[in-house]
Design a protein around this ligand. Structure first.
Ligand code: COA
Length: 370
């Protein structure tokens, strides 16, 4: 059975930065309150022409470039997102189109802030089962589009961004080890966007009631998060036969510094064992773990051979943890294909137009032959 290795990674965040001071001009809050209660200083917010798919595609190009692969090498694209562009088509399909990854199947996965770990587990299972050689796993969010900018309980927390990992099959030891995933739908109403789905389709009344925005019971989510980070980290360590002292680091979902502080106390680990960058990005939901991993690797705090735990929690309720032996590119420099996203994007765009023309011609000729 092949192992699933993480051989490339990339991230993308919008250029626009919204600081706590900016927020204090919009709602009754302050930089001091937000920093003390969450650890967040600023977050990135998507511009009008940016979306979950465009950020996901930008992160994917970087990940593929690092792995030395082209979009044509990808067999499967899994996009974890809670802010898909549409109910359908899947954001993963839009990313597939933007990448020009013409050999890939693509689907979205919805498990909120735990989603990236769920998606990694699915991608690794596809590789281990022999169904795919190369999988692109993406976490992409533009939750700013669902934030009520007049609700100080929630608008201070979230930011936009995307991260992507390339998973490749190899007989080499290491890569993704064990995963644990959990859910408890009885807590679904703690963190929800009540309308816009099939239960409460958007109407004038739902809009008036603000049900298209994120609603959250912060205290309950906080309590749940501190409990499950500890339990799922312990569970996945036990399942892997690893000890906490074997770990190079834990990369937790970047929601709130106080949640991570409490988890460190619960696991009896120094806070330095936890990678954190939530001060600069806020809670980017499913994108937060890959964005943190990309920065940890960039800072050389995460190297090939290191043992790491990813742990996440979020709406659903869902929670998940995973053990990984970090890898890096498998291909030697002379085996790599160096894709240039600036060159590739127009090519993928041209391919999109050609496909539409061929489809139009097909319909036209079919209609005439009827
Ligand atoms: N600025 C200033 N004051 C604020 C505020 C803000 N942005 N938001 C709330 N407050 C006020 C409240 O109105 C309340 O005032 P009161 O005592 O006069 O009524 C006080 O601060 C305490 O509010 P409360 O909601 O009880 O605070 P809290 O201790 O629960 O902290 C959170 C609020 C959001 C920081 C915290 O609940 C949290 O982080 N929860 C987890 C959220 C999360 O991570 N969600 C995503 C999971 S994936």
């Amino acid at each position: 059975m092949p192992n699933a290795h993480i051989t490339g990674w990339g991230m993308a965040v919008p250029q626009k930065v919204l600081t706590n001071d900016d927020l204090s001009k919009m709602v009754d809050t302050s930089d001091q309150w937000i920093r003390e209660m969450t650890g967040i200083r600023e977050r990135h917010i998507a511009a009008e022409n940016e979306s979950s798919a465009s950020l996901g595609a930008a992160a994917s190009f970087k990940a593929l470039k690092m792995a030395g692969l082209t979009p044509d090498d990808v067999d499967l694209i899994i996009c974890s997102t809670s802010s898909p562009e549409h109910i359908f088509p899947a954001t993963a399909c839009l990313i597939q189109d933007q990448l020009g990854a013409s050999n890939a199947g693509a689907y979205d996965l919805s498990a909120a802030c735990s989603g990236f770990i769920y998606a990694l587990q699915s991608g690794a299972q596809a590789i281990k089962a022999g169904d795919a050689n190369t999988v692109l796993v993406i976490g992409a969010e533009t939750l700013s589009r669902f934030v009520n900018w007049q609700d100080r309980n929630t608008c201070i927390l979230f930011g936009d961004g995307a991260g992507a990992f390339v998973l490749q099959a190899s007989d080499k030891a290491g890569g993704i080890q064990k995963g644990v995933i959990h859910s408890d739908g009885s807590g679904g109403d703690y963190l929800t966007i009540p309308s816009g789905g099939s239960k409460h389709p958007t109407t004038e009344a739902t809009l008036h009631a603000g049900q298209h925005f994120i609603h959250m019971n912060g205290k309950e989510v906080f309590r749940f998060a501190t409990r499950v980070i500890v339990s799922s980290t312990n569970e996945v360590l036990k399942k892997s036969g690893w000890k906490a002292e074997d770990l190079r680091m834990i990369i937790p979902h970047q929601a709130n510094r106080r949640i991570i502080d409490a988890a460190a106390r619960g696991l009896e680990l120094p806070i330095e064992s936890f990678f954190m960058n939530l001060d600069r990005y806020g809670n980017t939901s499913t994108a937060s773990i890959p964005i943190a991993a990309v920065e940890a690797a960039k800072e050389k705090r995460l190297r090939a051979g290191d043992k790491v735990v990813l742990v996440g929690f979020g709406a659903g309720l869902t929670w998940a943890a995973m053990t990984i032996e970090w890898t890096g590119p498998l291909l030697k420099p002379f085996e790599k294909h160096y894709i240039n996203a600036d060159w590739y994007k127009p090519w993928a765009f041209l391919r999109r137009i050609l496909k539409r023309i061929i489809r139009w011609l097909d319909t036209f000729l079919f209609d005439r032959s009827e």
